[in-house]
Design a protein around this ligand. Structure first.
Ligand SMILES: C[S@@+](CC[C@H](N)C(=O)[O-])C[C@H]1O[C@@H](n2cnc3c(N)ncnc32)[C@H](O)[C@@H]1O
Length: 560
């Protein structure tokens, strides 16, 4: 099957589906024969121009003249004929190419007419408008920091005179209305995350960062996707929590707000420079009292070996490790600049020098695929899995969230699968937090890629439950960056069993200590009364203590 036949099928499926990304549709489909970057390029570009191409096909009467063409097949062919500088990528003698080339003059004049009907004086003007319209539509997200203020206060000050709208698509649509002078003065209250507000993609970030509410830490610019992990974790106010990889601190401070400043939060950050940023964010957000910032490697913690005693009571871990950051770039769009959203903090982490990170244009998807091959992702994926297994080993942890701002299955579903199949997960009863257990997030429609669990050896039911249990975000109508979150819980029965054993262990230890105490007292009595020593094995702590005590007694008596 030719590239164009496959492209026509993909375009039809994508146009008919209400959700999901074009990339997933192509890259997850192993049945496709054409090179995926080429297929992706022709599909994504054809979709951008679909409206004008359909008009050209109808007005030129192409389908009546060329019976072998269908509407779906003609779209990518006409696209490449009119918009791809390299033309249709088929031999000239190929019947499909020949069918289009016969009408090339008519098609070109129909393009001119269609463009003029739309009010574009030049082809360049039309192409610019398409590029702007297909740019990723990430909203400006504002999280109200309830440690410092209230939603009502923010609505009545920062957003006084703003009009609420009912959905993100509505927010985007209204903000693009050239007739509306107040198009930027609208907002949408997020239905999933409390105290989160979406502003139009075109809203100037500087208007937010220059506001006193921002300076005081009362509002935090945090993408909705980045709010999902803390919300999914949702620890109770008295919980003991670890944010394993915390800087710059968006999720740490979100955890502090969710727990009303009453939890104990250990925030680990191994990079010194970034841990200083974390400290200042924590302080600005009013989290000093409940957040303990530690410039340490999370992987060096070992509460199960008797070290790090204060980590023993930890019940919740938020793990948001370094990742490829591939979700920061757009979904289908080609040639669009990297979004300058508030979510800079979620970018792939490199050692940073002071000063703003250089902004580089996003490469087209073909290049993205070439610059993120398995050998670059594998070390990241290994580190992510290692960190997740480390989290699963904490003795009293009941719930973990694992998240990345990557779109790659290798960093997402595959880490989840390997973690769930690990001995530690099986032994301790870790499983995925099911969709129906996710509170307001159970309505989130974009879920994990089922295909990634097919080789698991699990029942179909478990594969589905796991894929459905993890959350994906794709830039688009949701207004977020690309993101992935998985919640893990331990089955309560297993937890209770574990706790019983631990309690049993502790009682045993207490009893042993009590016995030792009694024995020590007996020894002391003997020593003090200068009677014959009781039989205590040499080298035992009691015999050592006894010797020490004897010496002391002797010393005292010598002095006396
Ligand atoms: C994706 S960022 C975290 C973003 C953060 N959760 C937020 O919402 O603001 C990952 C961070 O983890 C840190 N990190 C990576 N490995 C670590 C480790 N083993 N221990 C502690 N911090 C680590 C990196 O330096 C980086 O700052």
């Amino acid at each position: 099957m030719s590239l164009y036949h496959e492209a026509s099928q993909i375009i039809t499926t994508f146009s008919n589906s209400k959700s999901g990304s074009l990339k997933a549709l192509i890259y997850q489909n192993d049945a496709l024969k054409s090179p995926k970057p080429n297929l992706y390029a022709v599909c994504s570009e054809s979709l951008k121009h679909q409206e004008i191409i359909n008009e050209i096909i109808t007005r030129s009467g192409l389908l009546k003249l060329e019976r072998k063409l269908t509407q779906a097949l003609a779209v990518p062919l006409v696209h490449d004929q009119l918009f791809n500088p390299r033309g249709i990528s088929l031999p000239v003698s190929h019947p499909l190419k020949a069918a289009i080339l016969k009408h090339k003059t008519r098609l070109a004049s129909e393009l001119t007419l269609a463009r003029v009907r739309r009010g574009f004086p030049t082809l360049a003007a039309y192409l610019t408008s398409i590029r702007v319209a297909s740019a990723p539509q990430n909203c400006r997200w504002v999280r109200v920091n309830t440690l410092k203020t209230t939603l009502d206060n923010v609505l009545s000050t920062l957003l006084a005179n703003f009009t609420p709208v009912s959905s993100i698509p509505e927010l985007i649509k209204q903000s693009q209305d050239p007739e509306n002078k107040n198009a930027h003065k609208i907002y949408h209250l997020d239905p999933h995350i409390p105290n989160l507000i979406a502003l139009p993609p075109t809203y100037k970030t500087s208007l937010l960062t220059s506001h006193p509410l921002y300076a005081s830490g009362a509002i935090i610019l945090q993408d909705k996707a980045s709010c999902l992990p803390a919300h999914l974790l949702y620890p109770p106010p008295n919980a003991t929590i670890i944010d394993a990889t915390a800087a710059p601190g968006n999720k740490t401070t979100h955890l502090a707000a969710i727990t009303e400043g009453k939890a104990t939060i250990f925030a680990y950050e191994r990079d010194k420079f970034r841990s200083n940023i974390l400290r200042s964010m924590v302080s600005r957000a009013g989290g000093d009292k409940c957040i303990d910032v530690r410039n340490l490697d999370f992987l060096s913690t070992k509460p199960w070996e008797g070290a790090d005693e204060e980590l023993e009571p930890v019940t919740h871990i938020l793990l948001d490790p370094s990742c490829s950051g591939s979700g920061i770039v757009s979904r289908v769009e080609v040639d669009t600049p990297a979004p300058t959203t508030n979510s800079k903090d979620d970018r792939p982490v490199k050692r940073q020098k002071k000063g703003p990170a250089p902004k580089e244009p996003t490469p087209p998807p073909e290049e993205q695929e070439e610059t993120t091959p398995e050998d670059r992702l594998l070390p990241l994926s290994t580190f992510q899995l290692h960190s997740l297994l480390h989290s699963m080993s904490f003795p009293n942890v009941q719930k973990i969230t694992y998240s990345t701002c990557s779109v790659h299955a290798l960093e997402n579903e595959q880490v989840v699968l390997k973690a769930l199949q690990s001995p530690i997960a099986i032994e301790r009863g870790w499983r995925i937090l099911r969709r129906e257990e996710q509170g307001s997030l159970k309505d989130w429609t974009e879920r994990g890629w089922l295909k990634e669990f097919k080789e698991s050896g699990w029942s179909e039911e478990r594969q589905k439950e796991t894929a459905e249990g993890v959350i994906r975000c794709t830039p688009g109508s949701g207004g977020t960056i690309g993101f992935f979150v998985a919640g893990f819980v331990r089955d309560v029965k297993e937890i209770e069993e574990g706790l019983r054993k631990e309690r049993g262990g502790k009682t045993q230890k207490r009893e042993q200590k009590q016995e030792e105490k009694v024995e020590d007292e007996k020894v002391a009595e003997v020593v003090n009364s200068e009677e014959t020593p009781v039989d205590v094995p040499a080298g035992s702590s009691n015999s050592k203590k006894r010797k020490r005590k004897k010496k002391k007694t002797k010393g005292v008596s010598d002095e006396a």
